[in-house]
Design a protein around this ligand. Structure first.
Ligand code: 9MR
Length: 571
């Protein structure tokens, strides 16, 4: 033993402690993608669950100084046949101190960092709604509002041609009409009435039911600062376009406005193909009637009486057209290959439209009769299943008391969602993975928050939190499916604007469609491998239109879910 002074010993010991406790300890810690978390974080009071695909009986929550601030035991292994893997739950709901943390197991494997704080979703809520500003058709997206994402307008849609399938005596084939504005539907440049209906309605619903949250939200869009909430300004962009899709001669509504075939991955201003309105359909008329009837009530509350009257009249005319043309299903013309949104069963559209028109005119017996004729058990909404939207409108109106059976049906569906979630190893209600599966998760979450608004039972909020956790990373793929949110989040969505804007980072706030097995060959299967399990079959590559596209009907329930949770926790 060398003869050193005590102070030198102390110095050596300190050096060792520093080495052991900091650098080497941090080096020792590896980020593990097998610790699945909500990559943005959890509100202070929320239920907080992570999932582990690692064999560990205990877990630790560590702060940014690597200090353990909470420990817990993990749950039993549970196998999910939809993801083909097993997980153990780590529940740290009890831990409520705000800050930035990781969750670690076996001393060395840690998650990505995440936050615990009350307003943890504010930026997310703004971005998911602002995605609609970036989806505006026919306007310059200016850097004042768009930041590093900006481009020149394309698709003015002032010279749109009547397609043969839409021709009649008043507007023969080739007639030119003007139908500017609105939002691009998805990763393509089309505009589709059926899908616009549910998307716009869902934003209006968030505007109404999460009113307090939206009232103070500032998105930095051109209309910000006017007397309307930004979410209503944004919804009006699409409502005004939808109004141009109604034929003033007979009240019928064109199904869609697109080119004949999908255009290439070029910027909006570089496209020049002729755009057409294609076929009037009963689904388009009914979705239009429902959305306009609903919007007419809301805009009246903001003093827009003239617009309200116009919308109400448009809704009634579309309803009458539908009564006269009850079975005009959309049939894709031979020379058109853009999206079909071809619904085959319209009971739910009839119900939704009847309910909205009834709420505008409660003395009109025919709307009530139509509702009774088309009653269907509530289910999670999709573009082709919209009866539950009518149910929600009824239950959140002054007429609620008159519809106890409707309310019971709605709550029964949501309770079933909660029962499914309890059974599911990933603590999520979804158990069928269709194209756009992430929107089904978001819509489940929306319904749960509405159930909370109706009952004030907080079990629904905890369950909605699980849906958001899933979307933000606690799922079998380990991806946060919202662009720009989360260290491992979607970066390469199937979206023509993002592909052509010259910016490497995706525009933030877009929800990717999510895992499903609908089309396994959208990318070259030799180059892009896909999981055979529905809950895991997602790839973050541009070619995967079936798992990685963005769409207005997928973001809309996410707007509701994030805004609603924010409203709940921050209120
Ligand atoms: O969301 C739609 C999905 O339910 C269908 O299975 C799929 C195929 O018809 O189409 C999806 O909608 C697409 C639309 O047709 C065109 N724009 C992009 C939409 C999202 O992929």
């Amino acid at each position: 033993m060398p003869n050193l002074k005590p102070v030198t010993y102390l110095f050596i010991v300190l050096l060792f402690v520093q080495y052991a406790c900091s650098d080497s300890a941090i080096e020792k810690q590896k980020i593990s993608e097998d610790i699945l978390i909500n990559q943005i974080g959890y509100p202070t009071a929320a239920q907080k669950l992570a999932l582990l695909r690692i064999d560990a009986d205990e877990f630790a929550i560590k702060n940014s100084e690597q200090e353990t601030v909470f420990t817990g035991k993990t749950g039993a292994w549970k196998y999910w046949k939809l993801s083909g893997d097993s997980v153990r739950v780590a529940d740290f709901s009890e831990f409520k101190a705000p800050g930035e943390y990781t969750i670690c197991v076996n001393d060395s494997l840690c998650s990505y960092p995440f936050k615990i704080e009350n307003e943890v979703y504010n930026n997310l809520a703004d971005a998911v709604l602002k995605s609609y500003y970036y989806a505006r058709c026919g306007v310059d997206i200016d850097s004042t509002y768009g930041g590093k994402w900006h481009w020149k307008a394309g698709h003015p849609d002032t010279q749109v041609m009547i397609h043969a399938s839409a021709a009649d005596n008043n507007r023969p084939e080739g007639t030119i009409i003007s139908s500017p504005g609105g939002w691009y539907d998805a990763g393509d440049y089309g505009k589709y009435v059926v899908n616009s209906g549910i998307s716009t309605y869902t934003l209006l619903l968030s505007c109404e039911l999460n009113k307090k949250f939206h009232q103070t939200q500032n998105l930095n869009i051109p209309e910000s600062g006017n007397e309307l909430p930004d979410i209503l300004d944004e919804a009006l962009v699409n409502l005004k376009w939808m109004m141009t899709m109604q034929d003033p001669n007979d009240g019928g509504v064109y199904h869609k406005l697109t080119t004949k075939n999908f255009t290439g991955f070029v910027a909006p201003s570089e496209t020049s193909e002729q755009r057409y309105v294609v076929q009037k359909s009963t689904a388009a008329a009914l979705d239009f009637a429902a959305t306009m009837a609903h919007a007419s009530r809301l805009v009246a509350k903001y003093g827009m009486d003239e617009l309200s009257a116009e919308m109400k009249q448009g809704a009634e005319k579309a309803w009458i057209w539908a009564l006269r043309n009850p079975d005009v299903l959309y049939k894709q013309p031979a020379d058109v290959s853009t999206g079909a949104y071809g619904d085959r069963s319209l009971t739910d559209e009839w119900y939704w439209a009847a309910a909205e028109l009834y709420l505008n005119d409660t003395h009109n017996r025919s709307y009530l009769d139509a509702m009774l004729d088309h009653w269907k058990k509530p289910e999670t909404p999709t573009w082709n299943s919209v009866n539950t939207l009518g149910v929600i409108s009824l239950l959140t109106s002054d007429e609620r008391e008159k519809f106890p059976a409707v309310e019971a049906g709605f709550l029964a569906h949501v309770d079933q969602l909660l029962a499914k979630e309890k059974q599911a190893p990933y603590s999520v209600s979804i158990n069928k993975f269709a194209w756009g599966s992430n929107s089904d998760v978001a819509n489940d979450g929306m319904l749960k928050l509405i159930a909370w608004q109706l009952t004030r039972d907080e079990k629904y909020v905890a369950s909605a939190q699980n849906d958001l956790d899933y979307i933000l990373g606690r799922n079998a793929t380990g991806f946060s499916f919202v662009t720009g949110f989360g260290p491992k989040s979607t970066r390469n969505p199937h979206n023509r604007i993002m592909s052509s804007d010259g910016v490497d980072d995706p525009i933030p706030g877009y929800l990717a469609g999510g895992p499903n097995l609908a089309v396994l060959t959208d990318c070259d299967p030799k180059e892009v491998k896909r999981s055979p399990y529905p809950a895991a079959s997602y790839v973050d590559v541009e070619c995967s239109y079936s798992t990685n596209e963005t769409a207005i009907n997928w973001n809309a329930p996410l707007v509701f879910l994030v805004s609603g949770l924010d409203y709940f926790y921050v209120k």
